[in-house]
Design a protein around this ligand. Structure first.
Ligand code: AP5
Ligand code: MG
Length: 222
């Protein structure tokens, strides 16, 4: 099964991808995580991406599509299926993905739109911390680590993302409404979209995603 998780910053795409990968073995392909790894490794792509990410702007689509195409074509992604987290988030990226599907003879089974009002997103992003090594996601109030600034899974230090600052958060929300909402409409027009209420507890959101994906699969096989 191949899924797209689409939604605004802080809606819980990474949290749900972590659950789906752990429990049903889908490979997470998160454009944001891959960019942060490139930044950490100080590659040319990382240096380019940092100039955009720190200000909450989108990295240009050309390099983003190339980076994601490589992962989508990988044997690891194709073995049990994959979750796209954060890609596509502009119409040119969605069109490029449709072309990849044709080329590779693979299909996206479902597009899940996670939905939460903006004011809740700001409080989720303001309290978020993440693991520098395994990428686990916490929240200082709602999902605190057992020990301050230490990951429960791998004991690595936790960090606050450079784009979780008030100005960058506002910019990311604006870009979501202006540039990514048309992608939501694109998939809705193709009859591929299911909306999930992501204000609920993460476990309930997870169950809704599984139910939506199963419903899409069974519809496709009829
Ligand atoms: P990216 O890393 O994808 O960031 P984002 O889309 O802004 O989303 P976030 O990762 O901030 O939020 P999330 O939905 O994953 O929420 P999370 O699970 O962490 O991209 C970063 C940047 O990279 C972009 O701004 C752009 O510059 C660049 N980029 C990436 N992809 C690109 C592309 N395709 N094209 C161009 N540029 C690109 O949860 C957030 C918090 O809420 C956590 O603390 C969590 O514990 C908590 N939480 C989660 N679920 C719940 C729940 N159900 N109830 C209560 N709390 C919850
Ligand atoms: Mg994320």
């Amino acid at each position: 099964m191949n899924l797209i998780l689409i939604g605004p910053p802080g809606v819980g795409k990474g949290t749900q991808a972590e659950l789906l990968e752990k429990r049903i073995g889908l490979k997470t392909l998160s454009s944001g995580v891959i960019f942060r790894q490139e930044i950490e490794a100080e590659t040319d792509l990382g240096r380019l991406a940092k100039r955009y990410i720190d200000h909450g702007r989108l990295v240009p689509s050309g390099v983003t599509i190339e980076m994601m195409a490589k992962r989508i074509r990988s044997a690891e992604a194709r073995k049990n299926g994959f979750i796209l987290d954060g890609f596509p988030r502009a119409i040119d990226q969605a069109v490029a993905l449709s072309e990849m599907e044709e080329d590779m003879d693979t299909v996206i089974d479902a597009v899940i739109s996670l939905e939460v009002p903006d004011e809740i997103l700001v409080s989720r992003l303001s309290g978020r911390v993440g693991c520098t090594k395994c990428g686990a996601i916490y929240h200082m109030t709602n999902k605190p680590p057992k020990r301050d600034w230490v990951c429960d899974n791998c004991n690595s230090p936790l960090f606050v993302r450079s784009d979780d600052q008030p100005d960058a958060i506002q910019q990311r929300l604006q870009i979501f409404h202006d540039t990514t909402m048309p992608v939501v409409s694109y998939y809705e027009g193709m009859g591929m979209l299911t909306r999930v209420d992501a204000r609920q507890e993460p476990e309930k959101v997870y169950l809704d995603i599984l139910a939506a994906a199963a419903a899409r699969e069974s519809k496709a096989s009829q």
